[in-house]
Ligand binder design. Sequence first.
Ligand SMILES: Cc1cc2nc3c(=O)[nH]c(=O)nc-3n(C[C@H](O)[C@H](O)[C@H](O)COP(=O)(O)OP(=O)(O)OC[C@H]3O[C@@H](n4cnc5c(N)ncnc54)[C@H](O)[C@@H]3O)c2cc1C
Length: 395
Amino acid sequence: METRTLILGAGAAGMMCAAHAGPGTLVVDHAKAPGEKIRISGGGRCNFTNLDIRFERFLGRNPHFHKSALSRYTQWDFIARVSEAGIAWHEKTLGQLFCDGSAKEIIAMLRADIERAGAQLWLSTEVKSVDHVDGRFVVTLLREGRQITCRAENLVLATGGKSIPKMGATGLAYDIARQFGHEITETRPALVPLTFPDGRFKPLSGVATQALASCNDTSFDEALLFTHRGLSGPSILQISSYWREGDAVTLDLLPATDIAAILTEKRRSDGKKQIATELARHLPQRLVEHLAPGLGLTERLGDLSDARIAALSDALKTWAVTPGGSEGYRTAEVTLGGVATDAISSKTMESARCPGLYIIGEAADVTGWLGGYNFQWAWSSGWAAGQAIAEMTKR
Ligand SMILES: Cc1cc2nc3c(=O)[nH]c(=O)nc-3n(C[C@H](O)[C@H](O)[C@H](O)COP(=O)(O)OP(=O)(O)OC[C@H]3O[C@@H](n4cnc5c(N)ncnc54)[C@H](O)[C@@H]3O)c2cc1C
């Protein structure tokens, strides 16, 4: 069969691209349903973008690559589309926008957009091989037990990264990009819980507190969650993108509290009180109990010297912990790294190695912060490739 544009992957970026790529578009996916990560994202409500998209909140070897697409198809464009589709949404925190109802509404909107554009969607379709013959892509697909050879002018790689293989993530985009001479930068799980093989936080499992997590000159002041295997919660997921094996993560457990000033004042006004009792007013009780032996919290407030107050404050505000690893791709929300962007047009997402080949979404070496940034990259890059293909088709 012949088609003008074949998109591999009906996730966030692939569906967005299919909705804009113009006539003669086929999008295929090996999953039974499109946009599975959209469906499960944001606890089923999809944090679909962020009001405060900033370029410096994206990681990748080229810190400028993502700027063009994000400037041309912005969060305001996607918000307008969502609102036009009648999907109610709200800001949760830090500019993060979620559906009031269900993430399925976003999938339904994209499916409707694809249908309106006249594009076809084939699910449960495997990609067996990709070749490039006489300037055309020749892709062998397996659908309902039948092998189909599809010839296309344009091939869009939108199969995402490696995170959550159980949901169908594969390295297909990397393999095909490599086949066409693209470099793949180092890939690693990101937005992922960090683990401590000694199980030191097991007794604290389920405890949550606000914390400023810092590593490699970057900090995030968000919630921290202790788990059976280590540390999680937004501040840890965020910092995991900046953490490397062997690095310590420094935790400020009282980011908004001048605990030294409080202890100094309480020493005067409430000297008989146990230090642990006072600390439990600012931190979860179980956390104070866990820290007590290490901090030697046996004295009363009145016994504290200035030096001891400074040391306690220091211990609580610069608690350095060195994770042994991360939960890996099993639970990572994204893959850091991907197809190197030096050989991709930042305007159209087209390959500089092979005309007609496009690389969009998480497959490319662009990774956003937690908070709607990754979906915005999927929408923006999918749109950039889609409209470039549609423009070319008109010519
Ligand atoms: C649990 C979870 C929650 C998340 N929550 C958020 C959030 O709230 N906000 C946010 O911004 N980001 C979130 N993300 C990240 C976001 O989901 C991704 O960045 C985004 O989906 C990437 O879009 P994509 O289209 O590039 O890839 P994907 O959405 O992963 O789509 C890739 C598609 O390709 C298909 N595919 C893969 N391999 C093959 C193959 N070999 N053959 C055929 N098809 C294939 C897959 O089935 C899939 O449909 C979350 C991720 C996870 C895992």
